[in-house]
Design a protein around this ligand. Structure first.
Ligand SMILES: [Zn+2]
Length: 155
């Protein structure tokens, strides 16, 4: 495996960024050892067909397994993704509630366990390098949209 970058968190958890080919390989290797009827529901054919047609659903962009978090390089700016995977390391399972530990990316609305802060504290360097600039940009875009909406309403 040839990571793009690797970091060691304060608690010893490894954070490994992989390009698409390496990351997809990792998922396939993991799934090879698991009978298909035991795959998580979001990876079953019907869910994946739905995902391909509508974009609603999930294909893994991160993975957590014994002391290691793997993140798809393209998704390195996603605070919720890192918080979610680190949540697994901290012992949280998937939830149906609309929070960070939902398996479906689009349903992660709240953070009851404060996992974003915990991930930020544990991985300060990659957070500063990959997530901070991205979040600042996202807030600027959202702020800009709000501003233009107000502007449109005023005139
Ligand atoms: Zn998960």
């Amino acid at each position: 495996m040839m990571p793009v970058e690797t970091y060691t968190g304060k608690d010893g958890t490894l954070l490994i960024y992989l390009d698409d080919a390496e990351f997809n390989n990792l998922i396939l290797e993991y799934l090879r050892d698991v009978p298909k009827d035991q795959w998580p529901s979001y990876l079953q054919d019907s869910a994946q067909n739905m995902f391909r047609m509508t974009g609603i659903g999930y294909y893994p962009n991160g993975m957590a397994t014994d002391g290691k978090v793997y993140i798809r390089w393209k998704w390195r700016g996603d605070a919720e993704l890192l918080a979610h995977e680190y949540g697994h390391i901290l012992g949280h399972d998937h939830t149906d509630s609309l929070s960070i530990m939902n398996a479906v990316t689009q349903l992660r609305f709240s953070d009851p366990h404060n996992l974003e802060q915990k991930a930020k504290d544990n991985f300060p360097e990659p957070w500063r390098k990959h997530i901070q600039p991205h979040e600042a940009y996202r807030r600027m875009v959202i702020g800009g949209l709000t501003l233009s909406a107000v502007w449109a309403w005023m005139i």
